[in-house]
Each structure stands twice: as structure tokens, then as C-alpha cells.
Design a protein around this ligand. Structure first.
Ligand code: VG1
Ligand code: CO
Length: 539
């Protein structure tokens, strides 16, 4: 064991989901090591503990895993359970942490950000419940990282991570497990595989775009092998360190190949895609895109059709910027609906306390209490189960849903890589104007309320302030603005737009939202502050 002297980096502050930086930043001497030591510090040390370790396989994943193993050994960990080749999807890692009753896990991923030597890398810690570390712990990591003077590491050769089974590293057990097996077994307990298999046998067709990221092997095993979908149903199914140059973000912009196929003349019945680390999902019907907020609402209304959820839902939770579509379902079901800040870590307490069964975010994240992360493939399988049970198309299900609940027209506009000080000035100006907004008329709509969202966790009472500026109009329409906490370059403004309609369900969302979009630009003066008038990505 060696103790290495080091100097603190001043930028190791975890964001919405762990620490994300350019890969080359992580490749600097001591950068990864400092943060790993800070993680161990923040959780009261690694001594005698068991951890899960794996990542989405992006560039530097293989090197980082070896470093973390040597550091875990040097810090006295008892055992590390690693996915074969150092690879685990985020939901599979969450599942392993729970199944094996470990003390937590380290996940290497920058999720939906591109991968490669010149792209992004990330690391985060999940707690013993399988969920992302809460703010108190991520703040402790930052504090530890800011004052670090040394870290512990073992001098040893690389561990063979391709062979399943157990080996020893300086007295610590290293257990290499099949990355897919436990996860696939869990899915079989939740969904009616026989019914879905029968649907495929009867001619149902599907395309799953794994975007050259981590879900390829999971989707191939489950959808093609276990559920009997035709070979070739899963495309881009081999994970690559640079995701084959794809941007593994499952939205209509980046999953454009899938979108083109689903909107084309030979579209299959159902399409889906997932992100770099497998926790996000996009679902598309033949000729119809399902917005993530609508997907959450449809899943909540129909989850009882799948065997894992026949008891019904205890409650639902959504992030604040996610549309209120799921709230209407909750009201109808007579269950609690929670509104949390952006980021999956805020769902953990509600899931642990049994108050929420289903959770979701507008950013293509949906999940349930089966793990403590959002879970892309899980959402796709629940959709398949619902399609098999209802024997209707995606379009029919969506239309029936809107008929019953009304439609929350919804869109998110992202303005990427804005100069950070300009983005901050814009948000500051808007914040300062909030008290004067109620009563004001913009684009023919009257503002009913305006605030900066603050969340008090109903389970532990912790408060998270300044989680996004909201402007609510008298007709129920809404604008939300916040700056991204996952980017690695400048600032990204996320502008969330919502408008409820009781009739007229087949409008183009951009057109239905046009007055709200204009109001947002007017209120925040996005163009004046940033020079941008058009978003880079629309979801
Ligand atoms: C984004 C999304 C948020 C999501 C987070 C992590 O955060 O908006 O909903 O939880 O990414 O997802 P931000 O701060 O950039 O808006 V993942 O799949 O990147 O772990
Ligand atoms: Co992700």
C-alpha cells in the first residue's frame, strides 16, 4: 500500500448526477484518485465494506476501474463486485447494490454525454439503497476533495476482469459477475414475459436503438433472446468506447435514425432507445412520438397490468419541470403525487419510505421502486407489457389517455454552451423580477404566480432551494427555467414549456405552445442576455 501526496483540485463539485468533466480532465495525474479518496472520506471510509463497481464502457472506463480497485483495496475494502469487463448499466448497478446488500457502489458514466478522449467522463457514488448519494453526501465529497492532501493506492498489476469469478487484490476480494444476468432475472419478476413473447410471435415488430452504448447486451438478451423478438430488433447493440461517434441521448434530435424509421412508411409497431448508461428511455409508436411526461402518465395509469404492479401504486413522483400529466392520473387513482427537484437522488427517500412506486422526469427518465435509479429498459418492457395486455397500438393508447385526462402539451428547449457568466446574469435578472410578475400580462396571458422552486423532503425534512424558476399563468400554462447541472462546457439553459388542453389533442406541440415560448423569451430576454434566439435541442 502506498500513500501518495497530492494537491486538491478546486472543481470537484458533483452536479445533478455525480462529477462530470471532459475525459482529459479525469486523465490528469491524481484527478480521479483525489475524487475516489474523497468519496471514501465522505462515507466514513471504505474499511471492511463491500462495493459494486462498473461503468457504461466509455473511453477511460477500463483504466478508471483498475485504479478504483487498487484504491478500494488500499483503503481496506473487503470486497468489490465488478461487472464483467468493468461494465454495468446504471440500473443494473443499482440492482446489484441492493441484491447483494452492499455498502454502495461506484458508477462510471457521463450518461447521455458523448464519450471519447475528447468528450466526457463521469463518476458517482450510490448508497446502500442503490440510489445516488443525497446532497448531504455529495457536499461532503466536495469538501473532502477541496482539502485532500494524500490518497491510498495499492501497487499491483491490472486485475483480469474478463473472467467471471473471484480473485484477490491485496487481501480484498474482487468478484467479477455477469453484467446482464441479475438484471434480466429481476425484469422477469416484474413483467409478463409470456404475454409479450406471444405478442412477438403473433407478428408484433419493434426496433430498439441501443446507440452503441451500454444497453446493447441487456436489450439483446431480454428482447431478442428471452422475449423472442426477431434478430436485428436491437440495432447499434455493441457498446463502443466512443459510442461509435453517436451522441447517446435518446431524444428525437439524437436518436434521429430511429425517429426517421418510426415516422416512415415501413415503421415497426414500436420503437425505443436508451442512453449511454442505460437509465434513460425514449418510446415511439408507429408515426407517433411519446413525450417522456406523457409516457410517465400512461405508465402510471396502466402499471397495474404488469404482474409486478398488480397491487397498484402507493404514489407517484415527478421532477418539478416534468409536466403535470401524471398528477391527473394520481388524482384519478386517489394516490399521492410528489414534485421534487431535478435529479434522481430526490426520489430515493420517497421510494425507500414506500410513498412512491413510480417516478419520472421529463428528461427521458422513468423508474420504479424495483431499483433506485431510473431504468430505460424497464420502461420499455413496461410499455411492451401494457401493449400486450391492452392489445392496442401506442397511438390508440395515447389518444385514449388524452380523452380521459386531457393533454399537457409539453416541450423543452435547450440552449447549449452559453457563456457561463451570461447565463448566470440572465437567471439572476429573472429571479430579481419574480416578486413583480404576478398580475402582469404577457402574450395575452396573466401571470398567477412566480417563484424559485424550493423543496422540503417530506421524509427527512432536508431543504433544497433555488431548484428552478417557475412562472405560472392563470390558465394553468407554465414556464420553468434552470441551468443544467450535467454539462461540461459553459452553461446550458433548459427552458420547460407546458400548456394544458381539454380538447384538440392532435396539434403540433411547438405550435400549441407558441404563446408560452414567446412569453418565455420576453420575460427572460434570452436573446438580449445570450445572443441566442433558437434552441440547440428541442424535446
Ligand atoms: C439532466 C436532466 C435530469 C437528469 C440528469 C441525469 O440534468 O435534466 O432530469 O436527472 O440529467 O440524467 P441537468 O442538470 O443537466 O438538467 V443522466 O441519464 O445524465 O444520469
Ligand atoms: Co443516463
Amino acid at each position: 500500500m502506498t500513500t501518495i501526496q497530492t494537491v486538491a483540485f478546486d472543481d470537484q463539485k458533483p452536479g445533478t448526477s455525480g462529477l462530470r468533466k471532459k475525459t482529459r480532465v479525469f486523465m490528469q495525474p491524481h484527478y480521479l484518485e483525489n475524487f475516489v479518496q474523497a468519496i471514501f472520506g465522505a462515507i466514513g471510509g471504505a474499511k471492511g465494506k463491500t462495493f459494486v463497481l462498473g461503468g457504461d464502457g466509455r473511453f477511460f472506463n477500463d483504466r478508471a476501474v483498475q485504479v478504483i480497485l487498487r484504491m478500494a483495496a488500499a483503503n481496506g475494502a473487503a470486497r468489490v463486485i465488478v461487472g464483467r469487463g468493468g461494465v454495468l448499466s446504471t440500473p443494473a448497478a443499482s440492482n446489484l447494490i441492493r441484491q447483494r446488500k452492499t455498502d454502495g457502489g461506484i458508477i462510471l458514466s457521463a450518461s447521455h454525454n458523448p464519450g471519447g478522449e475528447d468528450e466526457d467522463f463521469g463518476i458517482k457514488f450510490n448508497m446502500a439503497n442503490g440510489g445516488p448519494a443525497p446532497e448531504a453526501i455529495t457536499e461532503a465529497m466536495y469538501r473532502e476533495a477541496s482539502v485532500i492532501v494524500s490518497y491510498n493506492i495499492l501497487e499491483a498489476q491490472d486485475v483480469d476482469l474478463m473472467t467471471l469469478g473471484e480473485s484477490s487484490l491485496g487481501g480484498m476480494a474482487v468478484e467479477v459477475v455477469d453484467s446482464v444476468a441479475d438484471y434480466a432475472a429481476l425484469m422477469e419478476t416484474l413483467f409478463d414475459f409470456d404475454a409479450i413473447r406471444a405478442m412477438f410471435t403473433a407478428g408484433f415488430t419493434m426496433r430498439f436503438d441501443a446507440m452503441c452504448a451500454v444497453t446493447g447486451p441487456y436489450a439483446t438478451e431480454i428482447i431478442e433472446k428471452r422475449l423472442g423478438a426477431a434478430p436485428g430488433t436491437v440495432v447499434h447493440g455493441t457498446p463502443l468506447p466512443d459510442f461509435g461517434g453517436m451522441h447517446p441521448d435518446p431524444n428525437p434530435t439524437w436518436a434521429h435514425e430511429l425517429m426517421a424509421e418510426m415516422m416512415g412508411p415501413d415503421a415497426p409497431d414500436f420503437g425505443a432507445a436508451s442512453d449511454g448508461d442505460g437509465d434513460r428511455n425514449m418510446v415511439v409508436g408507429r408515426g407517433i412520438y411519446v413525450s417522456p411526461s406523457d409516457s410517465l402518465a400512461v405508465l402510471a395509469a396502466n402499471a397495474h397490468l404488469a404482474k409486478g404492479y398488480t397491487r397498484g401504486l402507493a404514489g407517484v413522483a415527478r421532477s418539478m419541470p416534468t409536466s403535470a400529466a401524471v398528477d391527473r392520473v394520481a388524482e384519478d387513482l386517489g394516490i399521492e403525487a410528489f414534485e421534487t427537484p431535478t435529479g434522481w437522488k430526490f426520489f430515493g427517500n420517497l421510494l425507500d419510505a414506500g410513498r412512491a412506486t413510480l417516478c419520472g422526469e421529463e428528461s427521458f427518465g422513468t423508474g420504479s421502486d424495483h431499483v433506485r435509479e431510473k431504468d430505460g429498459l424497464w420502461a420499455v418492457l413496461l410499455w411492451l407489457n401494457i401493449l400486450a395486455a391492452r392489445k392496442q397500438s401506442v397511438e390508440e393508447i395515447l389518444n385514449a389517455h388524452w380523452q380521459k385526462y386531457g393533454r399537457n402539451y409539453y416541450s423543452r428547449h435547450d440552449f447549449e454552451a452559453i457563456e457561463s457568466d451570461k447565463a448566470a446574469a440572465m437567471v439572476d435578472a429573472l429571479r430579481a423580477a419574480l416578486p413583480d410578475l404576478p398580475g402582469r400580462e404577457v402574450q395575452g396571458m396573466v401571470i398567477a404566480a412566480a417563484d424559485d422552486f424550493s423543496y422540503t423532503d417530506p421524509v427527512d425534512g432536508s431543504v433544497s432551494a433555488r431548484q428552478g424558476v417557475r412562472v405560472l399563468f392563470e390558465d394553468g400554462s407554465r414556464i420553468v427555467m434552470r441551468l443544467s447541472g450535467t454539462g461540461t462546457q459553459g452553461a446550458t439553459l433548459r427552458l420547460y414549456l407546458e400548456r394544458y388542453a381539454e380538447s384538440g389533442f392532435d396539434r403540433d406541440p411547438q405550435e400549441a405552445l407558441a404563446p408560452i415560448i414567446r412569453a418565455a423569451h420576453e420575460l427572460a430576454d434570452i436573446g438580449g442576455h445570450t445572443g441566442r434566439t433558437e434552441p440547440d435541442v428541442i424535446t
